[in-house]
Ligand binder design. Structure first.
Ligand SMILES: Cc1cc2nc3c(=O)[nH]c(=O)nc-3n(C[C@H](O)[C@H](O)[C@H](O)COP(=O)(O)OP(=O)(O)OC[C@H]3O[C@@H](n4cnc5c(N)ncnc54)[C@H](O)[C@@H]3O)c2cc1C
Ligand code: FES
Length: 276
């Protein structure tokens, strides 16, 4: 997958609330802005803010271009200082962006089935994946099944896009307010017979608890899975080492990779399990 990234000023076109504390930020960028791959991200600094510690990473939700501009959409949850500032952005405001960055998901290739497993706003890069698979035609014969989980119905996001892009969409909520009453990984586990290897690939993004549970399932079943990890990031370009995660090494020495530069998408098989 392509890496790189450039700094651009973008203009906010809209910033609509799509669920409590969840918004979609639409940004117009110059045509020179690179083509982002599903799973790649941007570092965004809101408005005129000069705080050097404030750029925050966000996955590409959707991106398209016409002759004159690039239209980038970010789906985000308001959790702290940076995202509160983002939520206050209005049409016509400016933002500073660095991107597209990192290593994204591999395209479906020869796979017959793609399984998307998303928790919360982890749905963002998976919508991008499904959209690109359909657009490029690499996914023409591809059957896409999406499993999306959230705490409760009111904060399920991205479903309208996935409904249009996927053959099957299944939902889980922790409180049973919509779909399966339980975790999204349990919902996926119950359907495993449909996705026996080879021929199926799993793409995932969500909170650590979800990806840990998913790792157990795909390891046991021998399923190929790529996961987008979310770590706190400072520079986003591989310099500060603040986002290093331990990975399985070949020897007794612990090995580390940078989520921003070597990821954020990794093969599940390389992720070191620190809770055994
Ligand atoms: C590659 C990548 C892609 C991402 N894509 C998205 C996306 O598409 N949509 C989205 O809403 N968020 C996404 N995130 C997470 C997003 O970057 C954080 O929510 C954001 O940086 C929080 O900034 P803040 O200043 O609002 O919160 P802060 O004030 O910095 O933190 C508020 C709370 O959120 C927690 N937190 C902050 N960053 C993270 C993180 N990376 N992972 C887990 N917990 C965190 C903190 O521990 C704290 O409890 C992504 C992160 C990465 C690394
Ligand atoms: S955020 Fe600085 S190295 Fe990854």
């Amino acid at each position: 997958m392509k890496e790189g990234g450039q700094i651009e000023m973008g203009i906010v076109r809209s910033n609509d609330e799509v669920a409590p504390d969840h918004r979609i930020l639409a940004i117009e960028l110059p045509p020179s802005f690179g083509d982002g791959q599903p799973g790649q991200f941007v570092m965004l600094r809101p408005g005129e803010c000069r705080d050097p510690f404030l750029p925050r990473p966000f996955s590409i939700y959707t991106m398209d271009r016409d002759g004159e501009s690039v239209h980038l959409y970010l789906l985000y949850r308001v959790v702290g200082k940076g995202t509160v500032l983002m939520a206050s952005l209005r049409r016509g405001d400016t933002v500073m962006l660095l991107g597209p960055l990192g290593r994204g998901f591999d395209p479906p290739g020869e796979a017959e089935k793609a399984v998307l497993v998303a928790g919360g706003v982890g749905v963002a890069p998976l919508v991008c994946y499904a959209e690109r698979a359909r657009k490029t035609g690499s996914g023409r014969a591809l059957e896409i099944t999406a499993y999306v989980g959230a705490r409760t119905e009111g904060i399920l996001v991205g479903l309208d896009r996935l409904e249009a892009l996927c053959d099957v969409l299944k939902v889980a909520t922790d409180d049973g307010s919509r779909g399966y009453n339980g975790t999204v990984t349990e919902l996926f586990r119950r359907d495993l017979d449909k996705f026996r290897p080879p021929g199926s690939v799993v793409k995932a993004c969500g909170p650590k608890g979800m990806t840990d549970a998913l790792r157990d399932i795909v390891e046991r079943e021998g399923l190929y899975c790529q996961v987008s990890l979310e770590e706190r990031m400072a520079c986003g370009i591989g310099v500060c080492l603040g986002c290093a995660v331990r990975v399985k090494g070949d020897d007794a020495e612990p090995a580390y990779l940078r989520v921003c530069k070597d990821g954020p998408v990794f093969d599940m098989g390389v992720i070191y399990r620190d809770d055994r």
